[in-house]
Each structure stands twice: as C-alpha cells, then as structure tokens.
Write a protein that binds this ligand. Structure first.
Ligand code: NAP
Ligand code: GDD
Length: 353
C-alpha cells in the first residue's frame, strides 16, 4: 500500500505543488483547508489535482480540529505548511501571526504526540529567521549554523516554530525536521508577494491593462528559487534515516530592482517609464539581504537548484502574459469560478462518528 501524507495549507503555493509531487509518487494525499466565504482551491485546479486530493476542514487555532485531521488521515508523513506567511501583514497583525504561524506548530506537534507519534513531521521554517545576520556577515551565504536575528513578527513566530520542532525531536523522539527555505516563487505565488506582483503588473502593462507598477523597498536582496524544486527538498528531508535541519537556497542574491529590470526587459519595455516607489509598501523593518548556502542539502539529500534567477523571472513574466492574453480572448480561469470539491473528497469528523 502507498504511503499517506497530510499537508496543512494545501491551498497555498507550496501545498499545491507538494500535493502534486506526492500524488505522482503514489501517495494518498490529505490536505487541510480553512473555511472561507469564497472557496479557494484555484491552485489545485490549476495543477489538475483538485479531484485527486482528500480535503479536511480545520482551523489552526482549533486544537481539536487538528486532532481530528490526524485521526482521519492516519498519516505516515505530516507536512506543516499552513501559516500567515506574508511578512508585511505580520506587522499589521502581530498577535494573530504569533498564534497561527508560531503556536500552531505546537498544537500540531502535541496532536502528533498523542495520535500518531510515529509519523514524520516537516516544519516549514524560513530564511527570514536569519534576519539581520544576512547584513552583519557582509552578504556571505547563510548556513544551518548561522545565528538567527529575526526582524519581523513573522520571523519571530517562525523561530519559535523552529525551536519547538527541535524540542519535540529531542524531547519526545518525534521525527521532526526544519526546512529552512529561502524565498521560492512560481506562477502560483500569492499576488501580494513581490515577484508575482511585478510579473503580474508587467504583463498587464504590456497588454495595455495597467499603467504603472508601485513598489516599496527596491534595494532589498533575496535568494529567489523555483517553488516546484523546493517542495522536492521537503520530501527528501522526510526520507532520511535521521531527522535534521536543512537550508534550501540557490546561493545567489538579487535585488528587487534587478527583478524589476529583468521583468520589463523580458516584456520588451523600459522599466523607468512605469516604476513608482510607494511608501505604503515599505515595512517598519525590512531584512536587507538574504542568500543561502545549500551545501548541506546537496551533500546529504542530493538536492540542488536547477532554475536560477533569469529563468525564474522569464517563467513568471511569460506565464502572466499568457494568462492575461487568454483572459482578453474571453477564457475563464479557476479563480473566475470558485468551486467546491466533490463531496466524496471532503472528510469531516462526522464520518468517524
Ligand atoms: P501561502 O501560499 O501563503 O500558503 C499558506 C497556507 O496556509 C494557505 O493554504 C493558507 O490558507 C493556510 N493558512 C493560513 N492561515 C490559516 C489558518 N488560520 N488556518 C488554516 N490554514 C491557514 O504560503 P507558501 O508560499 O505556500 O509557503 C508555505 C509555508 O512555507 C508557509 O508556512 C510559509 O511561511 C513557509 N515559507 C515560505 C517560503 C516562500 O518563499 N514561499 C519560504 C520559507 C518558508 P488559505 O489559502 O485559505 O489562505
Ligand atoms: N510584497 C512586497 N510588495 N514586497 C516588496 C514590495 C511590494 O510592493 N516592494 C518591495 N518589496 C520588498 C520587501 O520589502 C522585501 O524586502 C522583498 O521585496 C521581498 O518581499 P516578499 O516578496 O513579500 O517576501 P519576503 O522576503 O518578505 O517573505 C517571503 O519569503 C520568506 C523567506 O525568506 C515569504 O514567502 C515568507 O513567507 C518567507 O518565509
């Protein structure tokens, strides 16, 4: 029989790509989602896996709903990806971010300890935890031994989540790993993140649907990789004999401005004609530079990035131009017509009663 996996946050960018990867490997995939006023399954539809995954409604602030999700799915592997993941929003809602992005990891680990202690656990940690270290070390690629100096409520919550995962690993012998992933992007990225925001606006400008691109800090540097490759590393981490923590990155840093220049170049436009700096997109604190050293992952997992900066920008801009061109021709997209999964794909606690 194939393995069973539970993915929290299956409706997000990584959740959708990971679900596809695991289905392709023969897993029975369960994913949690939260009830929203409008259904949000467009990424699963986009990847043509909407009818192949099993869905369980939960809220991360509700411990009982997490326990039920584990009892329903009986997982061999749990991938905990759900979080309030937008750094900027964490300054607006620091307490809620602490609860959902930080404390929820303990709720899940506690539930695993009680329901399925043999299950392997992946925690979505982040390069944001390094914060100011990326500046203080002069831009040297960061590895698993570098000091964490978080600069946002989001990063502080993730650092808590990182440590609680290590504590359950050492204290309760749960197979818990931390994937310290640097920024990873794709056409399935949320629209508020800078890469997709740029790609989307550039495509609209190209097609006459928009006139300008408004951004905040153009000088920030990030290590941007390609999300479908990064979810492979999550799976690899759970296939090891021993649980450990790994940095996943490309090893290259580029500024937001460089991303803008490349994106406009691909669209055949001059960026200076369209870019406006807007204070609304500045943060009270912003990590100036993040670049990662993936040598441990390469050595231990055999993982290395294939898509680098130029190719990533090209994939994203071309896909947005393609989407908007089709939209102009009257084509419908998954997000135009929100959908519910067929009933036999939704699992609730009532089915166990
Ligand atoms: P994402 O697209 O924002 O997805 C986040 C997921 O969490 C969505 O499914 C979202 O559901 C769910 N969620 C949020 N609040 C919830 C709540 N209260 N209850 C239940 N579910 C909730 O993020 P991503 O880019 O896929 O990232 C996946 C994970 O990796 C996140 O933990 C993120 O912080 C972390 N990470 C991401 C990166 C990156 O560059 N992408 C790098 C390092 C770490 P809705 O769809 O309903 O909103
Ligand atoms: N979102 C956004 N919007 N960012 C902007 C803008 C804008 O208009 N203008 C400039 N930026 C800058 C931000 O200030 C930041 O320095 C950089 O672009 C990247 O911002 P995001 O794309 O929002 O990503 P992030 O680096 O803050 O966080 C992402 O990566 C982390 C890993 O390092 C998220 O995916 C986190 O969940 C993840 O942990």
């Amino acid at each position: 029989m194939g393995k069973r996996a539970l993915i929290t946050g299956i409706t997000g960018q990584d959740g959708a790509y990971l679900a596809k990867l695991l289905l392709d490997k023969g897993y029975e995939v369960y994913g949690t989602y939260r009830r929203l006023s409008t259904p949000n399954f467009w990424r699963l539809e986009y990847l043509n896996i909407f009818d192949k995954v099993n869905l369980i409604p939960i809220d991360l602030s509700d411990h009982g709903s997490i326990v039920e999700a584990l009892k329903i799915s009986e997982p061999d592997e749990v991938y905990h990806l759900a979080a309030q993941s937008f750094v900027e929003a964490s300054f607006e809602t620091p307490v809620a971010t602490g609860d959902i992005t930080g404390l929820s990891t303990t709720r899940i680990l506690e539930a695993i300890r009680q329901v399925c202690p043999e299950a392997k656990f992946y925690n979505a940690a982040t390069s944001e935890m390094f914060g100011k270290t990326g500046l203080l070390n002069g831009g040297k690629p960061l590895n698993e031994n570098d000091v964490f100096r978080p600069m946002s409520p989001y990063a502080a919550a993730k650092l808590y989540s990182y440590w609680i995962s290590r504590i359950y690993r050492e204290g309760y012998k749960i197979f818990a790993v931390n994937g310290i992933l640097f920024n990873h992007e794709s056409p399935l990225r949320g629209l508020e993140f800078v890469t997709r925001k740029i790609a989307n606006e550039v495509a609209k400008i190209k097609l006459g649907l928009s006139k300008e691109l408004r951004l905040g800090n153009l000088d920030a540097k990030r290590d941007w990789g390609y999300a479908p490759e990064y979810v492979e590393s999550m799976w690899l981490m759970l296939q090891q004999e021993e649980p450990d923590d790994y940095v996943i990155a490309t090893g290259e840093a580029h500024s937001v401005k460089e991303f803008v220049e490349k994106a406009f170049e691909i669209a055949g436009l001059n960026w200076e004609d369209y870019l406006r700096v807007d204070k609304r997109f500045m943060r009270p604190l912003d990590v100036p530079c993040l670049v990662g050293d993936f040598s441990k992952a390469e050595h231990m997992l055999g993982w290395r990035p294939r898509v680098k900066f130029d190719k990533l920008v090209e994939i994203m801009v071309k896909e947005e131009i393609n989407r908007w061109s089709r939209w102009l021709r009257g084509e419908k997209f998954p997000w135009d017509a929100p959908n519910y999964p067929s009933e036999n794909k939704i699992f609730t606690r009532a089915l166990r009663m």
